[in-house]
Design a protein around this ligand. Structure first.
Ligand SMILES: [Mg+2]
Length: 365
C-alpha cells in the first residue's frame, strides 16, 4: 500500500461464486480485505443464473468493488449483442447488489447512507395489515361475459371488505387482461377503488398503454419488466402511467434502480418497487426505497426461503411499515452453509410457465 492508498483504493475482488438456493441464485463476491458481498438473482432458471454470474463475474475479479457504476458499465456494455437482455440484466442485478454490499461494509454504513441518506423514517410495505394486492386469478379471455366481469369486480369488493376504507387495495392485471376485458372491468371501478392497477398491458406497446389509460379511472402502474433508464424513459415521457414499479432484481440492481427513480421523479411519478425476492434482494431494494424522495409503497414477501438462510434486520410494525434496512452494507447476514444445504435438498425448482387461455391458446400471465 503506498501513502496515497487506503482501504477503499486498494481493495480488489478476488473471487466470485454463485450458489443455487431453490428458486434464487445467491452471488458471493470476495475481496483481498476479507470483506464479502452478497447479492440475489431472481426469476431465472437458477443453474443458468449461477453459471452466468460466475462467467460474467470474471469482469469484476481483480477490480475495485467500490467502483459500482464503472463495473456496472463494464458488465452491461461488455457484450454488444447480449446487452440489456433479461438473463444478463437479472445476473448483473445480483452482482451489483453484492458490490454495494461490499462498499457499505467497507465504510461501516448501511447502503442507503451511500445513496444520499434516508428520505423517510420507515417504509410502507405490502402485503401488510392494511395493504393487499389481488389479481385476476390466471389467464383471461379477450373479452368477458357479465358473469366473468362481475367475478373480477367481486375480487375488488372482497379485498376492500378485508382492509376497510382506510386500507389499500392493488390489482395486478398481470398482462393477462387483454384491452377489451380491461375496458369492461374498468367500467365498474371508481378512482379510489384501487391504489393502483398494475400491468394493464403487455410491456412494449406505448399506443396500447395510451388507449387503456383513456378508459381506466384508477392510477396505473407498471415497470417490473422494464429494464434500465433506457426502457422506462419512453414510458415516462409518454405520460401513460402514474406510478413506476422498478424491480431491483430485474432492472440492473441498486445502481440502475436509483437512476430509474430519479428519472421517474423528473416526471413527477413516484415509485412502488416490485419485489418477489428473498430477504437478501428485498433488503437491497429497500435501501434504494429509503433513499429516494418520491416513493409510494414497496412489495415484499415472507418465507421465500427459510429464515436462517438470509437473516434480515428490518421488521414490519402493526401499521404495515418496515424499519429502515440497517447495515453495514445491505444489512443481511447470509448463512452460506445453510444456503448450500437448502439448495441441495429443496424440491423448489424453476419451471417454465405455461399459461393458456380456455381454448388452449397461449396466454400472457
Ligand atoms: Mg406484477
Amino acid at each position: 500500500m503506498t501513502e496515497h492508498e487506503d482501504r477503499v483504493s486498494s481493495i480488489h475482488v478476488t473471487a466470485i461464486k454463485a450458489i443455487p438456493v431453490g428458486l434464487k441464485g445467491y452471488v458471493k463476491v470476495e475481496t483481498n480485505m476479507g470483506v464479502t458481498g452478497w447479492g440475489e438473482i431472481n426469476n431465472m432458471e437458477t443453474n443458468v443464473a449461477c453459471a452466468l454470474a460466475e462467467s460474467l463475474g470474471q469482469l469484476v475479479v481483480g477490480e475495485n468493488p467500490t467502483r459500482t457504476e464503472h463495473l456496472w458499465q463494464r458488465m452491461f456494455r461488455a457484450h454488444r449483442n447480449l446487452r440489456n437482455g433479461g438473463l444478463m440484466m437479472h445476473t448483473i442485478s445480483g452482482i451489483d447488489m453484492a458490490l454495494w454490499d461490499i462498499s457499505g461494509k467497507l465504510h461501516g454504513v448501511p447502503v442507503y447512507r451511500l445513496l444520499g441518506g434516508p428520505c423517510r423514517d420507515k417504509i410502507w410495505m405490502y402485503p401488510g395489515p392494511k395493504a393487499i394486492k389481488i389479481g385476476p386469478g390466471g389467464a383471461q379471455y379477450f373479452a368477458g361475459t357479465p358473469a366473468e366481469v362481475e367475478g373480477l369486480v367481486q375480487k375488488v369488493k372482497d379485498a376492500r371488505e378485508k382492509v376497510g376504507p382506510d386500507g389499500a387495495v392493488m390489482f395486478d392485471a398481470h398482462s393477462c387482461m387483454p384491452p377489451p376485458l380491461l375496458k369492461q372491468f374498468a367500467g365498474y371501478l371508481k378512482p379510489d377503488d384501487l391504489l393502483f392497477l398494475e400491468e394493464a398491458w403487455v410491456p412494449g406497446n406505448i399506443d396500447a398503454m395510451r388507449k387503456v389509460r383513456e378508459s381506466v379511472p384508477v392510477p396505473l402502474a407498471t415497470g417490473e419488466r422494464d429494464r434500465t433508464i433506457w426502457e422506462v424513459r419512453e414510458i415516462l415521457e409518454a405520460q401513460v402511467i402514474d406510478i413506476l414499479q422498478p424491480d431491483c432484481g430485474h432492472g440492473g440492481g441498486i445502481s440502475q434502480m436509483r437512476k430509474v427513480a430519479a428519472l421517474a421523479e423528473a416526471h413527477y411519478v413516484p415509485i412502488a418497487p416490485h419485489c418477489t425476492m428473498s430477504y437478501l434482494g428485498t433488503s437491497a431494494s429497500l435501501h434504494v426505497a429509503a433513499s429516494v424522495p418520491m416513493f409510494l409503497i414497496h412489495e415484499g414477501y415472507k418465507k421465500r426461503l427459510p429464515d436462517d438462510v438470509a437473516i434480515k434486520q428490518w421488521e414490519m410494525d402493526e401499521d404495515g411499515y418496515v424499519s429502515l434496512p440497517e447495515g453495514p452494507g445491505l444489512g443481511v447476514e447470509v448463512n452460506e452453509a445453510r444456503a448450500i444445504e437448502f439448495g441441495q435438498t429443496t424440491d423448489q425448482q424453476f419451471k417454465w410457465p405455461n399459461a393458456r387461455l380456455r381454448d388452449g391458446a397461449v396466454s400472457d400471465y
